[in-house]
Design a protein around this ligand. Structure first.
Ligand SMILES: Nc1ncnc2c1ncn2[C@@H]1O[C@H](COP(=O)(O)OP(=O)(O)OP(=O)(O)O)[C@@H](O)[C@H]1O
Length: 259
């Protein structure tokens, strides 16, 4: 079972945003998409979520042709936490989280006690139990991020798409969130595809990395093979140095600050 795409292209009008994208992401894989601003990460995630229809090429999720599937069919398998937080809901956080169960409810059916129990469990897993009764519109940006993450997880997706998930989160919550997501990959075999701006977070948590530059994949593969000084310096168009910190996962810093 996998999420795969072949020769995928996406155009915004005349702008060729994704160019001949090919990859395959297996179950239980934590995949990080890295690239500079405007390299195409969000566009690729939106194609994988069915929000954008590829201009050409194929996108297949566990045998389902995503270019032809309905929004509901996709929502039963894929959940996404977007980068922009424009959504406002005049509800408490628990009700926002339980909305993640909607693709599994019949028309006009209300969420059950079991759905609410799932929502509470996911909030607790993210260390955000206390947010449940709070008004979603009156919590902080980081708290909203956790609530939207909980809503995506309660969907119990086979594929979880995250657009810069650690934005707005404090130092502890960044690690907590990525550790929880990593555990989800292992325990529930969830496939995770996430854009990330910090290559060190990707080095720490990802199993697989995809490097995108000007809409093209320039390298992809197992994290330790791909995360090299050469690849990352080329990707970010700045000289980076690898610093060994006594674990099998090094960190990368700009050469200018390591001199
Ligand atoms: N709605 C749109 N219409 C036209 N061009 C767009 C649109 N959205 C994005 N683009 C362009 O497509 C390219 C890829 O954008 P995308 O948002 O996928 O990049 P990104 O890697 O996610 O960037 P960032 O790291 O800044 O979030 C960029 O050149 C961007 O300007």
């Amino acid at each position: 079972m996998s999420l795969s795409c072949h020769s995928l292209n996406y155009y915004y009008g005349p702008h060729h945003a994704l160019k001949n994208i090919d990859f395959e992401i297996k179950d239980a894989c934590f995949c990080a998409l890295l690239g500079r601003n405007g390299s195409g990460k969000t566009t690729l995630l939106h194609c994988m979520n069915g929000i954008l229809k590829p201009s050409s090429g194929s996108l297949v999720l566990d045998g389902m042709d995503m270019t032809r599937a309905t929004a509901r069919e996709i929502a039963r398998q894929v959940s996404m936490v977007p980068q922009e937080r424009t959504e406002m809901f005049p509800f408490n956080v628990l009700d926002v989280v339980v909305m993640g169960r909607t693709p599994f409810l019949k028309m006009y059916q209300s969420p059950s006690d079991l759905d609410y129990a799932m929502a509470k469990k996911v909030l607790a897993m993210l260390g955000a139990r206390k947010l449940a009764p709070r008004n979603f519109n009156r919590i902080s940006g980081g708290e909203r991020q956790l609530a939207l993450m909980a809503r995506a997880l309660v969907q119990d997706p086979t594929t979880l798409l995250l657009d810069e998930p650690t934005n707005h989160l404090d130092f502890k919550n960044q690690y907590l969130l990525l550790e929880r997501i990593k555990a989800l990959c292992r325990e529930r075999k969830t496939r995770v595809v996430t854009s990330m701006h910090d290559p060190n977070m990707a080095t720490l948590f990802a199993d697989w990395v995809v490097l995108l530059k000007y809409g093209r994949i320039v390298a992809q593969g197992p994290t330790q093979e791909i995360m090299t000084e050469t690849n990352l310096s080329d990707l970010y168009e700045t000289e980076l140095r690898k610093i060994n910190i006594g674990t099998d996962r090094p960190v990368f810093l700009p050469a200018s600050v390591t001199a």
